[in-house]
Design a protein around this ligand. Sequence first.
Ligand code: KIV
Length: 253
Amino acid sequence: MLTSLSELPARKAAGPPLAVLTAYDYPMGRLLDEAGADLLLVGDSLGMVVLGLPDTTGVTLDMMCHHTAAVRRGVTRAPVIADLPYHTYRDASEALASARCLVEAGADAVKLEGGVDFVPQVRAIVGAGIPFVGHLGMLPQSVRVEGGYKKKGRTPEDADRLLADALALDAEGACAIVLESMMPEAAEAITRRIRANTIGIGAGPGTDGQVLVTSDLTGAFPWFRPPFARARAAVADEMSRAAREFIADVRGC
Ligand code: KIV
């Protein structure tokens, strides 16, 4: 079990693979920390699976700070990564100011979506001593521009572009990079070439670790689950059952 981000290089070298989960509030943070997750991510996926928004573009920095602080109160061991939400890192100074808010709320590291085009932002964050996690491949914050969630790295040109992005973030000192929804060969090539740990989601088995949205893992958000995510519990069913039982009990029927 990881206790500090400084242990990441050793895990890349010797394993075992990193097991990473998202957390959005105190009980989730505490339960997942106690269960032994290596890293916890306060993902802006909370916009969908907690707040009922259609995608992550409506998530604000205030929301992220609020949830990061709640997770922080529950976590004593696992490093906590928090997402910089959409339009909070449009240039280097905005990125640094937003990253500082997340760190003040309790994040150990911050994550943003994008590669080469975001080098100035990453340089400002890392230069200020804030650990940085990248995010490449399918970028949920670009869903509206891209017109949907599309798998990446299907052509040699696209795989080369992803590798160039990963190398750029690696050179800036990223401690880890999430690789989301990309062809397994592209994810493997990146994993072999960079120093940072890769954390895959829908990117095949050849990365340094795997991350899942916890609501997908636990079946807590039954209305949508990506095809690669296997639910290992049925939390929504259990909640509905308990509620129905209580309602029937109170009504005496
Ligand atoms: O927001 C999130 O939960 C994420 C994961 C999908 C990696 O970025």
